[in-house]
Write a protein that binds this ligand. Structure first.
Ligand SMILES: C[S@@+](CC[C@H](N)C(=O)[O-])C[C@H]1O[C@@H](n2cnc3c(N)ncnc32)[C@H](O)[C@@H]1O
Length: 375
């Protein structure tokens, strides 16, 4: 029997009322407030309005194809005002609008239209991170595959958002899902590293007499080559199937620094100290960014995300001076972090309270550049 090539199957998600995004003329936005001094034409902008209109409008300007990174944290379409806890005089019910309620069809239509517009805003080396949870992530994954191409999924990131969750009849639902897609190959990528945790240190590192942590690196690479090196005990051949991957002058330097250690294997290794290593490459399950219960950055806005989460994403997928956007910006976490990291930014929210909070947060960023509020 001939097997089907599944890669050539045209898999699409359908829902009642699915329609392709149609061309339309979005309503214009006016500058309602100018804050601070702006030094160039590509100003930071905070929009109050439906992001469909905002993005469609931006696509008709010089911003089309100019955004390096989009992070969005849309409502999950679960119909509940989860995390509603008003604080600091904020009426959370007004701050957070989730008008798609429980209707998955209208939610998916809404998301498809906006994701398709966002794609056209991205540069060829741009990336998009879509923050979701288990209610909708698998549906949105299929829509993203359709729009961006399956091969352009870079990671499904699991972000642990709380320590333990007591869901009486289920395993604790303690994480969100972030889908990370690139517009095309060759995206910006600044590989992130995290500090080694204690368990990792104890397992893979040793401490020297001064209490400094070090790891033993193998100076022999894969593949046999019949040459010798002197690691301080006369010429030695590499182990089986290996070759010495370092020059003699490098070894002499290490010998002078007292870094060569012979292990029980009879072969030499090189001491690498903790402060010489970049850290542990960050994996796609993020358990180290759980938001603290109390923090100065908390505004009382429901669903506010921690700055550290955005810091990791913005640093990994953009460079200083790049344009970063969040079209469901809520309390403005992405914009605040983008500003702190020297990126330019575009933000939007349909809630007046959200825009007000975002504006207030941005005003508190030290040495922030100017921005415009449009509505
Ligand atoms: C989950 S919250 C974002 C929280 C944000 N990441 C933060 O750190 O504060 C989603 C936001 O999307 C906004 N929103 C929902 N539909 C929108 C639309 N069509 N256009 C613009 N904003 C929208 C809501 O008002 C809400 O503030």
């Amino acid at each position: 029997m001939k097997r089907k090539n599944h890669d050539t199957l045209d898999i699409q998600l359908n829902w009642p009322g699915k329609s392709a995004p149609n061309d339309y003329t979005p309503p214009g936005f006016k500058v309602v407030e100018t804050i601070g001094v702006m030094d160039n034409a590509e100003r930071n902008r905070l929009y109050l309005g439906d992001n469909k209109n905002v993005i469609a409008g931006l696509l008709q300007t010089e911003f089309a194809g100019r955004v390096k990174l989009i992070y969005i944290d849309p409502p999950f379409g679960i119909g509940s005002d989860r995390h509603i806890e008003a604080g600091d005089g904020i009426d959370a019910r007004k701050a957070y609008t989730d008008k798609w309620g429980n209707n998955l069809n209208t939610y998916l239509q809404m998301m498809q239209e906006r994701l398709s517009l966002m794609k056209d805003l991205l540069t060829a080396d741009g990336s998009i991170y879509v923050h979701l949870d288990y209610h909708t992530s698998h549906y949105i994954k299929i829509i993203m595959d359709e729009l961006f191409g399956r091969d352009n999924l870079v990671n499904q990131i699991i972000w642990q958002r709380t320590g333990a969750h007591n869901d009486p009849l289920a395993f604790g639902r303690n994480y969100d899902i972030i889908l990370f897609y690139q517009k095309s190959a060759g995206r910006i990528w600044n590989k992130p590293f995290a500090d080694y945790d204690e368990a990792h240190l104890k397992r893979y590192f040793k401490q020297d007499a001064d209490g400094l942590w070090f790891r033993l690196n193998n100076p022999a690479g894969k593949g046999y080559q019949d040459h010798t090196r002197n690691f301080g005990k006369g010429p030695v051949k590499p182990p089986r199937d290996r070759h010495w991957s370092v020059t003699q002058s490098q070894i002499d330097k290490w010998l002078a620094e007292n870094r060569i250690v012979y292990t029980g294997s009879g072969y030499p290794f090189v001491k690498k100290y903790l402060d010489e290593l970049p850290g542990k490459p960050v994996q796609s399950i993020w358990t180290d960014l759980i938001p603290p219960r109390a923090s100065r950055e908390l505004t009382g806005f429901p669903t506010q995300k921690p700055e550290k989460l955005l810091e990791r994403i913005i640093k990994a997928s953009s460079n200083p001076g790049d344009l970063v956007a969040d079209f469901f910006c809520g309390s403005g976490t992405t914009l605040v972090v983008a500003e702190k990291l020297g990126r330019r930014w575009l933000g939007c929210d349909s809630s007046g309270v959200a825009v007000k909070i975002a504006k207030e947060r941005l005003l508190k960023v030290r040495d922030a550049k100017g921005f415009e509020v449009l509505g």
